[in-house]
Design a protein. Structure first.
Length: 235
C-alpha cells in the first residue's frame, strides 16, 4: 500500500551553521507514524512538485510530533531551504524509508563527512534516551572547527552517555582556529584504532561518495563481511 504524502508545517528553522539549517516539520493533528531511526524522508515545495530531495532524519524515532532534517546549502533544494525556509512555510513530505538502521546490539563505528553526521545524531539520541549499553563511536571529518554540525549537542551527549565517543578531525584547520584536536583526513589508522572487537562491530558511513567508498574499502581490508557495512552516499 502506498504511503500517504502529507503537507507539513515548518515549525522551526534553526540555522546550525551559516550554510546548514535544521527544519522541524510538524506532523498534522492525529498523525502518529511508525518509522525507524536512521531512515530518510523525501520533501518538496508545493510550488515545485516535480523537484524532490531525500534527506536523512536527524531526529530519532523517539522524537515524536515532528520530523527533523538538517540540510546543507547544496543544489537548488539545499540553497532554498538554507536561504529561504522559515517557520510557517509548508512542505510536502513522503514518509520515512531506508535501511540505514542502527544495530544497537553491536559496536557502531560511524564514519561521517560534512552533513553526513546528521543521522548519527539520531542514533546517539535513541541509544542515550533508552539508556542502552551500545558503544557508539562517531569519526567525523570537517574542514575547520567552525564546520562541526551539532558540536554542542554531541559534546553534551558524550557527558550523558559514557558509551558514546565523538572524534573530530579537521582537514584544513588554520593557525587562528586554535584547533588542538586531530588533523588530516579520516584514514585507515584512525578507524582501526577504534575497532577492538571486529566481529561485533558494524560500520556506518555517510557523506560524500569519496569518503563512503574509502570506508567500504577499509572494511573490506579489515576482513569484515559486507553485512557489517552500511552506507548512505550523498553525491
Amino acid at each position: 500500500m502506498a504511503k500517504e504524502i502529507l503537507e507539513m508545517l515548518i515549525e522551526t528553522a534553526t540555522l546550525e551553521l551559516p550554510d546548514t539549517k535544521t527544519l522541524r516539520l510538524k506532523w498534522p493533528d492525529g498523525h502518529n507514524p511508525e518509522f525507524k531511526t536512521g531512515q530518510f524522508i523525501t520533501v518538496y515545495w508545493p510550488d515545485t512538485p516535480g523537484y524532490k530531495r531525500a534527506y536523512s532524519l536527524s531526529s530519532s524515532a523517539l522524537d515524536r510530533g515532528a520530523y527533523e532534517v538538517t540540510v546543507k546549502r547544496d543544489g537548488k533544494m539545499g540553497t532554498r531551504i538554507v536561504d529561504w525556509a522559515k517557520p510557517g512555510d509548508k512542505m510536502f513530505v513522503i514518509p520515512p524509508v531506508g535501511k540505514f538502521l542502527p544495530q544497537f546490539d553491536k559496536h557502531l563505528v560511524c564514519i561521517a563527512g560534512g552533513s553526513g553526521v546528521t543521522p548519527f545524531r539520531a542514533f546517539v539520541r535513541e541509544a542515550t534516551r533508552r539508556k542502552l549499553d551500545t558503544k557508539i563511536t562517531v569519526l567525523y571529518s570537517v574542514r575547520q572547527p567552525k564546520d562541526i554540525i551539532f558540536n554542542t549537542e554531541f559534546r553534551e551527549l558524550e557527558k550523558e552517555n559514557p558509551n558514546f565517543k565523538f572524534h573530530v578531525t579537521c582537514t584544513r584547520a588554520l593557525p587562528e582556529d586554535n584547533w588542538t584536536g586531530r588533523t588530516g583526513r579520516i584514514d585507515s589508522f584512525f578507524v582501526k584504532s577504534h575497532v577492538t572487537d571486529l566481529p561485533n562491530t558494524v560500520f556506518y558511513a555517510c557523506g560524500p561518495n569519496a569518503l563512503v567508498e574509502f570506508a567500504e574499502g577499509l572494511v573490506f581490508e579489515l576482513g569484515a563481511p559486507k553485512e557489517q557495512m552500511k552506507t548512505e552516499k550523498w553525491g
